[in-house]
Design a protein around this ligand. Structure first.
Ligand code: SF4
Length: 379
């Protein structure tokens, strides 16, 4: 059976964070039960397709999946178990936001077979959490981590954001040191991007908050890398750090440009050289399924050039780099055959390097990864 990953999108949040432009909505909780029923219908409509796959990883993300009640989450996991072949030791993650979860919910997740938690903390300073529109305090996070460990979870990720308005480099390193003290085995760090149509964008325009300058952003990224590496974390992807054996298998599949199927409003899939995306809007998504139609909004056949470009720039996100023999097995040619002078130039500029039949980003390439990736786009 072919390996595949499954993503489930839960587009509900208690409150919209001020920086967030994800496909998530607040105040739509009354739709949750029907949404979950439609989500299950979507999984059932895929039953036939799913039968040829072995599911290696499942990620229930959002939004805030931990906002769902116990019955809803149980129904989703039961539907997956009924309709998919899930590998014995599959990695099954759920995104959890402090303030929406308690020990009883965590116990249920564990009993259902969920074996990885991804907790959105973002900052360990309560004033900062308030400033960015989070609904929880740092103490809520600490309680949730303690409860998660009490019920048996060992595989825990925590998301943090740097380059937040008013944040200093010392404060950033302090947040990382708090997680290290707690021995959180996986840490994802993201630089704040001020997206249009968010309150933050308007506030920057109105000069109510100040965006961090590029130098500070870069300093925080580099200092963060140094600090986490010195504390025993493996920097295995541009934004991700893990203690040994705690790398996120679900995301590694994305970066290896593997196949995945997404269920839920706005979810994306990449199977059989076709990329699908679902209707973003919750009501539109549900109406389509109510009429027994798959909620697909867009379907694009992946060309060979798309697949090559994606394999290159996703693969280079991993610090282990791209194995040239694996690449040749997949495409019949090496990256050097395909990109020729482009790779030579990137190597001369010391943005990429060759290391034992592997191509990887250099330390400067890590910081300037977007420039490298642009060069790798094939028409
Ligand atoms: S909890 Fe996550 S998805 Fe929801 S609004 Fe905040 S950042 Fe966005």
């Amino acid at each position: 059976m072919e390996p595949v990953s499954i993503y489930i999108h839960i587009p509900f949040c208690k409150q919209k964070c001020f920086y967030c432009d994800f496909n998530s909505y607040s105040g739509k909780e009354p739709l949750m039960d029907t949404y979950v029923d439609m989500l299950i219908k979507e999984i059932e409509l895929y039953r036939h397709k799913l039968s040829k796959y072995m599911v290696k990883t499942i990620f229930i993300g959002g939004g805030t999946p931990s906002l769902l009640n116990n019955e809803c989450i149980t129904k989703i996991i039961d539907a997956l178990k009924k309709n998919c072949n899930i590998e014995m030791n599959a990695e099954i993650s759920i995104e959890v936001n402090p303030g929406t979860v308690n020990k009883e919910k965590l116990e249920l997740y564990y009993d259902l077979g969920i074996n990885r938690l991804s907790i959105g903390l973002q900052s360990c300073y309560n004033e900062t959490l308030k400033l960015i529109g989070r609904i929880h305090s740092y103490e809520d996070y600490l309680r949730n981590v303690r409860e998660a460990r009490e019920v048996g979870f060992t595989n825990i990720n925590t998301d943090l954001i740097f380059a937040l308005p008013g944040q200093t480099v010392d404060q950033w390193i302090h947040c990382l040191s708090e997680l290290i003290k707690l021995k959180i085995p996986h840490i994802s760090t993201y630089s704040l991007i001020i997206e249009e149509e968010t309150p933050f964008y308007t506030w920057v325009e109105e000069k109510k908050i100040a965006q961090q300058d590029e130098d500070t952003d870069l300093k925080m990224y580099e200092e963060g890398i140094r600090f986490l590496r010195n504390s025993g974390y493996k920097h295995y992807e541009i934004s991700n750090f893990a203690l040994p054996d705690y790398e996120c298998r679900h995301n590694i599949n994305y970066w290896l440009n593997g196949e995945y199927i997404g269920f839920g409003a706005g979810a994306h899939s990449n199977v059989n050289k076709v990329r699908y995306s679902n209707i973003n809007d919750i009501t539109g998504y549900m109406l389509s399924l109510k009429d027994n139609r798959l909620p697909i909004m867009e379907e694009i056949k992946t060309t060979l050039n798309d697949e090559i470009s994606e394999t290159m720039f996703l693969g280079l996100r991993l610090l282990e780099g791209i194995d040239i023999s694996d690449f040749k097995r997949r495409f019949g040619k090496t990256p050097q055959d395909i990109y020729g002078d482009i790779l030579l130039e990137l190597k001369e500029k010391k943005l990429i390097a060759y290391d034992n039949e592997v191509i990887k980003l250099t330390e400067s390439g890590l910081v300037l990864s977007n420039i490298v990736f642009q060069q790798l786009l094939l028409d």
